[in-house]
Design a protein. Structure first.
Lengths: 510, 151
């Protein structure tokens, strides 16, 4: 036992060292640096999100190895979480959705002349959280992928159903609308050739649709173009915080106040990152709410409490690390950003799933090591770069918006060199803009679009195995538990609704 | 908000009907051997039912929820103009090539929003087009259309 434990530890250390060997190859090191820099830049600039930036750089990675590509994309993803806080704190405009909550206390700190410590604790908290999430990734992904080797189509079907339901359950608006979006996503994902029979579905005779609707134009349209259209509706003027940013290093008092907030934020972010549909945005809201609840003086929140910055900024970085786990070990992307990672791996000929770590150890361990490196690079780069980001924010949005729009066009076009993808992007941009007005969220649609074809294959294969019996989903323990959980989740949502209706009826009777 | 939800739900009902019949045409197969339209048949069925629930919910709702207006007070003309410019760009880019069409696109976008002096608009557009061409086409090896004039 001792011997095998020792061997296990040696193997683990070997893997990490191997990962660093991969990451420190010049091209991977360069891609890691470019990724975190572009990510920070994208995080600072409102209008172009991580999905847009990844889509933009993806075609440029075709001639490089999958490992370099994933290192670049991961760098962008967690770089965005760092950069997003800068605009939240300095101008009260979140660069990213995951930095919305940071505005509340971050901007108040800046107004009180404490922009420096706010930016400092955001960067340091992000570093600590990123490191904690990375350790979690190493310890959870490997055993989970080993366990997932025993999963069959029924288990995958049940897990994807649970994932989709959690996405809709965690939606910020109406759950009914979120489920409608998920169903629309399943239908959208079915466009193209049927994977089992090879017959075209809903292609309307358009050749470009035989491969389905492209994920990149879809994501760029729903997130990027719709965001720009929404901004265009309003006046494009914005206030820039004019005071100098100084004393980035937080004081001892700040540290004492923020230390547990960082730890709690990291843990919450990591766990919610793993959950399907969780991701960085929800993690920040939950961590802020928890922090406010456990605080001795909750009245300080909203007036410049440093915990209100430390906790969500730690949570969004930890969630970025955590969300890699279901993708790399199960092959199930838990959020739209991971869906782009999924597409990138497929484009490079790698099937995400339980065999990924075994078949491509360079990719997995290289990515793990690059996360350590990237977090460190962000810490040492971002604090000195804050001055540059502030200057960048002074560029009028009127000048930035055409550039962001052009980057979206280039990203969508260069993927397949087709004008059709531009039309798709514009179409979904308009749809996304209208959907925002009508209170529909894009995330469930994207998730269902990605999971839809996998869900369909798993469902059809399961029914073929069982000879048409749905009992296969209940009799197998993992799928039974997952579907049971899904059922309970649905009930927990329906019961309060029935109770509310009954109360309303009783009130009416009285 | 009530009208928005009613309008939105009717859109989904129509979509679900279209997909439902499309799935039937594709063939839903049997439970033992599900066909090409099996999943979309089920998804469109549930979508139709839920859209109707949303419609009924919205119709019966008494509480007035304030929602910002769709177009009133918004700069929707600017959005329309940008969308037209983008669509025309997507259409002419393969014919005119990246350099010319992007230069025209950027000139229009800068002009629509900034309304600065023409030399500023033209020089900004020229520089943007050139830099993006050099970075994406020459450095990152992305393929852009050459167009009629070969550049």
């Amino acid at each position: 036992m001792v011997c095998s434990g020792f061997e296990g530890k040696v193997g683990f250390l070997d893997n990490i060292l191997y990962g660093f060997q991969v990451t420190f190859q010049p091209i991977n090191f360069l891609f890691c640096g470019i990724g975190v820099f572009v990510g920070s830049l994208v995080g600072v600039l409102p209008g172009i999100g991580p999905a847009g930036a990844m889509a933009l750089l993806l075609p440029a990675t075709y001639k490089f190895s999958p490992t370099s590509t994933i290192i670049l994309l991961a760098g962008i993803y967690y770089g965005v979480q760092y950069g997003g806080s800068t605009t939240s704190i300095l101008i009260n405009i979140p660069g990213e959705a995951s930095s919305v909550i940071t505005c509340i206390d971050g901007y108040q700190m800046a107004r009180q002349g404490r922009a420096g410590p706010a930016l400092g604790i955001a960067a340091i908290g992000s570093f600590i959280a990123g490191t904690i999430a990375n350790i979690g990734l190493m310890f959870v992904a490997v055993p989970l992928s080993k366990a997932a080797l025993s999963f069959g189509p029924p288990e995958y079907f049940a897990l994807m159903c649970t994932g989709l339901l959690i996405v809709t359950y965690l939606a910020q608006g109406s759950i009914l609308k979120a489920i409608i979006m998920a169903l629309a996503g399943i239908i959208l994902g079915s466009i193209g050739l049927d994977a089992i029979t090879g017959l075209p579905r809903f292609t309307f005779g358009i050749d470009e649709l035989t491969d389905g609707v492209g994920i990149i134009p879809l994501v760029m349209g729903l997130f990027g173009i719709s965001e720009i259209l929404q901004n265009l509706e309003e006046s494009l003027e914005r206030e820039v915080f004019k005071a100098h940013v100084k004393n980035l290093w937080p004081s001892l008092k700040d540290w004492i106040e923020a230390k547990w907030a960082i730890v709690r934020g990291s843990l919450i972010g990591f766990v919610l990152g793993i959950l399907p549909g969780g991701g960085a945005v929800i993690a920040t809201f939950v961590s802020y709410a928890v922090e406010k609840k456990v605080a001795k003086h909750p009245e300080r929140f909203g007036k410049g409490a440093i915990e209100g910055v430390a906790s969500p900024e730690s949570a969004n970085n930890a969630a970025a690390g955590g969300s890699l786990i279901p993708l790399l070990s199960l092959g199930i992307p838990p959020n739209p950003i991971m869906a782009i990672f999924f597409s990138a791996l497929i484009i490079h000929g790698i099937q995400p799933g339980p065999l990924l770590i075994k078949q491509h150890p360079d990719l997995f361990w290289g990515l793990v090591a690059s996360l350590y490196l990237g977090n460190f690079l962000l810490l040492i780069l971002n604090l000195p770069l804050i001055g540059i980001w502030v200057k960048l924010l002074k560029i009028p949005y009127k000048l930035l918006f055409p550039l962001i729009l052009l980057f979206c066009l280039i990203g969508a076009y260069t993927l397949n060199n087709l004008s059709f993808d531009l039309y798709v992007m514009i179409f979904f941009g308009v749809m996304g803009w209208i959907m925002r007005k009508f209170g529909y969220e894009a995330a469930p649609l994207i998730m269902a679009y990605i999971l839809g074809p996998m869900l369909e294959n798993a469902l059809r294969q399961s029914l073929l195995i069982s000879g048409g019996s749905f009992l296969i989903f209940i009799t197998r323990p993992i799928s039974g538990i997952a579907l049971g959980f899904t059922f309970l989740l649905l009930l927990s949502n329906i019961f309060p609704y029935i109770k509310k209706r009954r109360e309303e009826y009783e009130k009416f009777e009285e | 908000m009530k009208v928005y939800d009613q309008g939105g739900s009717l859109f989904w009902v129509l979509l679900s009907i279209a997909v439902f019949f499309g799935s039937l045409r594709l063939g839903i197969g049997t439970l033992r051997n599900p066909g090409t339209g099996f999943l979309t048949f089920g998804a469109s069925g549930i979508l139709g039912i839920l859209s109707l629930v949303l419609f009924v919910q919205a119709t019966l709702r008494k509480k007035v929820v304030k929602r910002e207006p769709l177009f009133a007070g918004k700069l929707w003309q600017r959005i329309l103009l940008v969308l037209i410019v983008l669509t025309v760009y997507s259409w002419i880019m393969p014919t005119l090539g990246y350099l010319i069409s992007t230069f025209v696109l950027m000139t229009l976008l800068f002009w629509v929003l900034e309304r600065k002096k023409i030399w500023f608009v033209l020089s900004s557009s020229f520089l943007t087009t050139l830099i993006t061409y050099l970075v994406f086409s020459k450095w990152l090896n992305c393929q852009f259309p050459n167009g009629l004039f070969g550049f």
